[in-house]
Design a protein around this ligand. Sequence first.
Ligand code: UDX
Length: 437
Amino acid sequence: MRITVVGCGYLGAVHAACMAKLGHEVVGIDVDENKIAELSAARAPFFEPGLEDLLLEVQATGRLSFTTDMSASKGSAVHFICVGTPQKKGENAADLTYVDAATNALIPHLSPGDIVVGKSTVPVGTAERLAAIVKLGQPEAQLLWNPEFLREGHAVSDTLSPDRLVYGVAGGSEDHPAVQLLDQVYAGPLEAGTPRLVADLPTAELVKTAANSFLATKISFINAMAELCEAAGADVTLLADAIGMDDRIGRKFLNAGIGFGGGCLPKDIRAFMARAGELGADQALTFLREVDAINMRRRNRVVELTRELCGGSLLGQRITVLGAAFKPKSDDVRDSPALSIAAQLQLQGAVVTVTDPEALKNASRRFPELHYQATTETAMERADALLLLTEWQEYRDLDPYDSAKLVSNLRILDGRNVLDSAKWRAAGWMYRGLGRP
Ligand code: UDX
């Protein structure tokens, strides 16, 4: 099948490559010429494990191409919309400029029988609005919503073998003609047993925002427990292990630490609250305010703990921050809690050096005032305190004895609760976790 993917960011670039891997002929379209040049040369414009190998593999088959020319969408039966929906400046709501622009730009190139498939995370009601615009432009084309649940760092496998596929179609009926077309697109994963649900448009949009809200709530729940554990002298990691053994609760997404960040969870819960307000259902989501507040409190807590760790003052203290990305296996620093903490510490008089295996370029672009070091060893030299803020494997594997030889003071704050506290303490370190005694 010939497929168009509009928007070649984290979502679209991976989706385009994976659709080609599934055997389709794919054209990826983006307005950003640099991105298109990189992708055309089989280089990933961001760090995502496995993506570059996949790009090389599928481009060699001739089934995948990239362009800035929207007219290349002509002749495709399926057009995926994968553009970003960032938070609006100064507001909680989502900015739909790119989704609207992509849909409008596609319309002149649609043929009868084509389907436009939205994958971006949008406020409920957007799909119905866009479906009407598509109908006006090409009465025999349809718009569907097929939310994407991929995680950065696992994007390729999440796309090729998703947990579930959700198709949102007008009316929500299995008999909708577009369902068959989308089944052909996803024939590979469906044959491998991926469950597929057909829903109406608003339900499909809500599945995505509800899922992300639940995940954010789970993280903030355990971080609230961490606050309580700190007050009561208990250990939140053991608490999470114990409650997680109840399979109604589950251990995943119960890692207490510096909280969630990234390009999705923070902006998605805010946009969800804003949309609920517009729909007159704001009370239903007031708890998400608390989820957001608990999450943001973690960052302040780490600044305070670092001050304590440094003997009461941050002035002139050399602080080394291990990790800048919002999570490991990513170079994404959007709303990264690690960088936000690093910037706060610097503002309060500390001399902060940040290191990260992949995210330094993005980090230095966003926070040029911080110091950066490419290697863990040089970053740690003469540090008064180490802060492990993104749990890359190489930081989890740090040896407390070798590390002790590099730093000035043996102090470490484990912002992700991933180190063996007993081992670090035995090596002479003053160790602090979050929500741990
Ligand atoms: C998320 C959703 O998981 C994904 O389904 C959706 O499509 C997009 O948003 P992503 O933003 O890639 O994916 O990251 P995720 O793995 O969910 O982590 C989000 C944040 O939560 C990270 O900052 C991570 O460090 C933090 N986190 C995660 C915790 O603090 N504790 C946990 O237990 C799990």
